[in-house]
Design a protein. Structure first.
Length: 359
């Protein structure tokens, strides 16, 4: 039996911090829903980077989303200090009883001290020094076997304080919101597509070493459309991602619906939610598709599907049997290309599609 559980009846407000990338923030969404389910009276705020805020906005378990703007670093030390002070004052005004810090970012330890919540929870990282450990009242261990999904690792913060997530409480939550849904319906209408009448392919990632080659993606699209599927392709407005889609377009023999660079994160979620199937690499859009309950075919290379795979949604993972994977490196030898991913055959991806969409 846990010796030091937290009595949630004594908790009024909680701050959950997740200062990472978009997918990481979305994979933390069950922390909010589980905590809200076990303590409906509690207000739960989030602190994330401002560009990742859409991953949690509209989530019914989240009261307020506060943001750290990465651009503050370019303001100069005086203006940056002013922005940081303003954020700190906003957080102080909320008078938190509990802080749950879900990364190793040092800001969490500083906030644990500066905000003064009664309870302060974080992971007990092996490299953590005494200053870190003394900043928190409850430390939870990280999995040692390397096969624990990130969602479960996040939920370990709740287990440490006596909250046991139910089997059906751990789903991801992403809310596209009405305006994004309406705009995507308009776009689909212009393309002659109906909800459920297309396959959503998102071939890109902000990390080049996670991407499948353009020629194989083009071949996959042609084969899918040869089988009677309509394909919609998306990407971020990033130049490298747009270039990848342009190369795919130049190699295909059948035209596809191209929404690359045209969608907000909320609209991307609406597009995925209305698709019959999502195909992509290990990326935030793959996690968004999982969150909106669209079946997923995910291609994995140097990153591990045990930690980052599609969560609680029908899916197939396509990965090689290279003995060195998952290595976590940015390509073989740091060369930005991962052979365990680039060598995946189109036939394996088609088999995964057909397993999820038997004709």
């Amino acid at each position: 039996m846990l010796k030091d559980p937290i009595d949630l009846q004594k908790v009024r407000r909680v701050l959950v911090t997740k200062l990472r990338h978009h997918g990481d923030v979305l994979l933390a969404s069950p922390v909010f829903s589980v905590l809200k389910a076990h303590a409906p009276h509690v207000e739960i705020d989030a602190l994330v980077y401002t560009d990742t805020a859409p991953m949690l906005s509209g989530n019914p378990a989240v009261s307020q989303v506060f943001g750290v703007d990465r651009s503050w670093k370019a303001l100069g030390w005086l203006d940056q200090a002013g922005a940081e002070w303003g954020l700190l004052q906003q957080l102080r005004s909320r008078e938190y009883d509990l802080l749950i810090h879900l990364t190793e970012h040092p800001r969490g330890a500083w906030l644990a001290r500066l905000l003064g919540p009664r309870y302060r929870v974080a992971a007990g990282y092996n490299q953590a020094r005494g200053w870190w450990k003394k900043s928190f009242s409850h430390l939870y261990p990280l999995a040692r076997n390397g096969r624990r999904h990130v969602v479960e690792q996040n939920l370990d913060a709740l287990r440490r304080i006596g909250v046991q997530p139910g089997e059906h409480e751990r789903g991801l939550s992403f809310v596209p919101e009405e305006e994004a849904e309406s705009e995507v319906q308009r776009m689909l209408g212009e393309l002659g597509l109906a909800p459920g009448g297309y396959v959503h392919v998102h071939p890109a990632s902000r990390w080049q070493f996670k991407c499948w080659p353009a020629d194989k993606t083009a071949e996959l699209i042609d084969k899918l459309q040869g089988l009677g599927e309509r394909v919609v392709v998306s990407s971020a407005p990033d130049a490298d991602e747009l270039d990848l889609v342009a190369r795919i377009r130049a190699l295909t023999t059948t035209p596809f619906a191209d929404l690359s660079g045209k969608l907000t994160l909320k609209q991307l979620g609406a597009l995925a939610r209305n698709a019959s199937l999502f195909i992509g690499v290990d990326s935030a859009p793959m996690h968004i598709a999982s969150a909106v309950h669209t079946p997923v075919v995910a291609l994995f290379g140097p990153s591990g599907e045990f930690n980052w795979g599609p969560w609680q949604v029908p899916h197939r993972v396509v990965a090689s049997d290279h003995s060195c994977r998952p290595c976590g490196n940015d390509g073989c030898g740091g060369g930005k290309l991962s052979e365990c991913l680039t060598t995946l055959p189109v036939s394996a991806v088609l088999q995964a599609v057909q397993a999820l969409q038997p004709r």
